[in-house]
Design a protein around this ligand. Structure first.
Ligand code: GLA
Length: 398
């Protein structure tokens, strides 16, 4: 009787202890202390897709340094899909020897020599989306290989995963990266299918929230999977509570400079990404940029909003048909505001102080971030004429 009692008591203690542990411990993958502001860099996919090679990557690193982008805050050069060759008999992954004959370590050294950081891509499944070897079953091994190559950033995709559980798969890779001891930003790419904003805060530094971006103002491309810029923006409207320093919603990489939108539309794209505290990962050919593309990607006033240290993601605070107001708090009690005109005609759009949670009588300095000009002080509301398919972006400082 006494023995049965003791067994029951210890079972009870083990059970309640386990429960208590479950409640107390969040899923800890990476507490890597990285990406305290949204990552900034370049990724090969939007422009080059599978046609990557080391010459292209070196040219992008050269251009990021020479164009002034590095000095404006861009840091990571990330090779997306299709860099992989095969695994050797021990399961070690290597780079495609035709496209990357010098190997990944040499390429990383080159990128680092430009004062930049080096990123790479893999997939949680058996194969990547482009059909190259995936990481499933090789998580710790691949993480060790990347660390030996001096990789600083990993984008981890979600093709060919069968019935895998996303939370478990990303946690496993997060721990594998952490175990290397090398600081590696972990970029999760499961397209928002499993609501990662609800669980990935301690697993990844950023997580995609949608399918792939399509280089168009609005709509879908032929495969129906890639979606236009504004379709993506609409899907971010309620996600602001989940972002913050070290863990960001990722509405996908930039299309600025790729030719599918007008410069005015690209200004809107860049402004909205900044309001959303989105990673600013350029996706164009940095070695062949127009002056206007450079002016957009290197608008330091807009970048400063994206990189604001408070790290509070913006949201849509007003909508009246095609006229929208998006806003986020910035340091010092200020607000960054985007007046968005989705129509083809010019519209006057107003933001009221009430929408910004300001007292009506408050007077604020207004700065136009695209005209690079101070406007007259405003109180109670601010109105501007906004061109069709365009934005006016301002900061307000009381
Ligand atoms: C998926 C991702 C893209 C890109 C490709 C590569 O579609 O969402 O960003 O990485 O795979 O194949």
């Amino acid at each position: 009787m006494r023995i049965i009692g003791l067994v029951t008591l210890s079972l009870f203690l083990v059970f309640t202890g386990a429960l208590a542990r479950d409640k107390a411990a969040p899923l800890e993958g990476t507490s890597n202390g990285l990406a305290l502001t949204p990552p900034m860099g370049w990724n090969s996919w939007n422009k080059f897709a599978c046609n990557v090679n080391e010459k292209i990557i070196r040219a992008q690193a050269d251009a990021m340094a020479a164009s002034g982008m590095r000095d404006a805050g861009y840091q990571y050069i990330v090779i997306d899909d299709c860099w992989q060759g095969t695994r050797d008999k021990n399961g070690n992954i290597s780079a495609d020897p035709v496209r990357f004959p010098s190997g990944m370590r040499k390429l990383a050294d080159y990128v680092h020599s430009k004062g930049l950081k080096f990123g790479i891509y893999s997939d949680a499944g058996d194969k990547t989306c482009g059909g190259r070897p995936g990481t499933r079953g090789h998580e710790y091994q691949d993480a060790r290989t990347y660390a030996a190559w001096h990789v600083d950033y990993l984008k981890f995709d979600w093709c060919n995963v069968g019935t895998e559980n996303a939370q478990a798969a990303y946690l496993l890779m997060s721990r594998a990266l952490q175990a290397t001891g090398r600081p590696i930003v972990f970029s999760m790419c499961e397209w928002g299918d499993n609501t990662p904003w609800l669980w990935a805060r301690n697993i990844g530094n950023l997580w995609r929230t949608t399918g792939d971006i399509y280089d168009a103002w609005e709509g879908h491309n032929a495969n129906g999977y890639s979606i236009g810029m504004l379709n993506i923006v609409d899907m971010q409207a309620d996600l602001w509570p989940y972002a913050g320093p070290g863990h960001w919603n990722d509405p996908d990489m930039l299309e600025v400079g790729n030719g599918g939108m007008t410069d005015g539309e690209y200004r809107a794209h860049f402004s909205l990404w900044a309001i959303l505290a989105a990673p600013l990962i350029a996706g164009n050919d940095l070695s062949a940029m127009s002056d206007e593309t450079k002016a957009i990607l290197m608008n330091r006033e807009v970048i400063a909003v994206d990189q604001d240290a408070l790290g509070v993601e913006g949201r849509r605070v007003a909508k009246d048909g095609d006229d929208e107001v998006w806003a986020r708090p910035i340091g010092g009690g200020g607000r960054a505001v985007v007046l968005l005109n989705r129509s083809m005609q010019p519209h006057a759009i107003t933001v009221t102080w009430r929408e910004l949670e300001y007292p009506d009588g408050l007077s604020a300095a207004v700065r136009d971030l695209w005209k690079h000009a101070d406007l007259p002080k405003a109180a109670g509301a601010f109105t501007a004429e906004v061109q069709g398919h365009g934005v006016v972006m301002v900061t307000l400082k009381p």
